[in-house]
Design a protein around this ligand. Structure first.
Ligand code: GRF
Length: 206
């Protein structure tokens, strides 16, 4: 069975959805390890309850990004991880890990990249910016991770009509439901399709 790792800093609703989709048989893989930087993350609690090995690693406790990356790579190798999913993970992934998992590491972003992305654009900040912009359409982006925040090749995007949303919170709620569906769909593509990445463009057969 293909082994994946999930990285999560917070509540972990995307992580729980992926776990559920595996249980239902929609995704043919196994979550071999959950990595967090936050000992209070809800995702850690859920992983423990479901007997998924967990590691809490605080990047700033390592002298360099490379040292932090070496430790991550050691854990991922020990657990025979083929693919990595970032699900609300707020720290920068070290370059040595990004390079090792080139086109094998996904992130989900709660807007239509390249708009409303980049350093510091996460959580409610994204939805607030979308709300303030007056845009009538937002969405979800699942992309491969490269060495820039939110800028890797896009695997899957879904648009969401937010015309009737009266607050950033309403946008967040509407987007989150679509995130769960889209991330599961993207992981299925990652596991089952022959994917080709040419520059920023991603190709696979439907
Ligand atoms: C999601 O909105 C995701 O797009 C973003 O962080 C949030 C994580 O939510 N990257 P959860 O922890 O999966 O509930």
């Amino acid at each position: 069975m293909t082994k994946i790792a999930v990285f999560a800093s917070g509540r972990g609703s995307n992580f729980r959805t992926i776990h559920q989709k595996i249980k239902e048989g929609y995704l043919a893989c196994e979550i071999a390890v959950l990595i967090s930087d936050n000992s209070k993350a809800g995702s850690l609690e859920f992983a423990r309850q479901n007997h998924i090995p967990t590691f809490t690693i605080v990047p700033k406790e390592y002298p360099t990004s490379e040292a932090f990356g070496k430790l991550l790579l050691q854990i991922l190798t020990d657990h025979q991880v083929e693919y990595v999913l970032l699900a609300g993970y707020l720290k920068m992934i070290p370059e040595n890990v990004v390079d090792h998992y080139e086109n094998r590491m996904l992130n989900i972003h709660p807007a239509l990249l390249p708009a409303f992305g980049g350093k510091g654009m996460y959580g409610m900040r994204v939805h607030q910016a979308v709300f303030d912009s007056g845009d009538q359409i937002s969405g979800v982006t699942v992309h491969f991770v490269n060495n820039e925040y939110d800028a890797g090749p896009i695997l899957l995007q879904k648009a969401v009509d937010i015309r009737h949303c009266k607050s950033p919170e309403e946008i967040a709620e509407k987007i989150l439901t679509i995130e769960h569906k889209t991330y599961s769909e993207a992981v299925k593509i990652l596991l089952e399709k022959n994917i080709q990445v040419k520059g920023k463009r991603v190709f696979f057969d439907d």
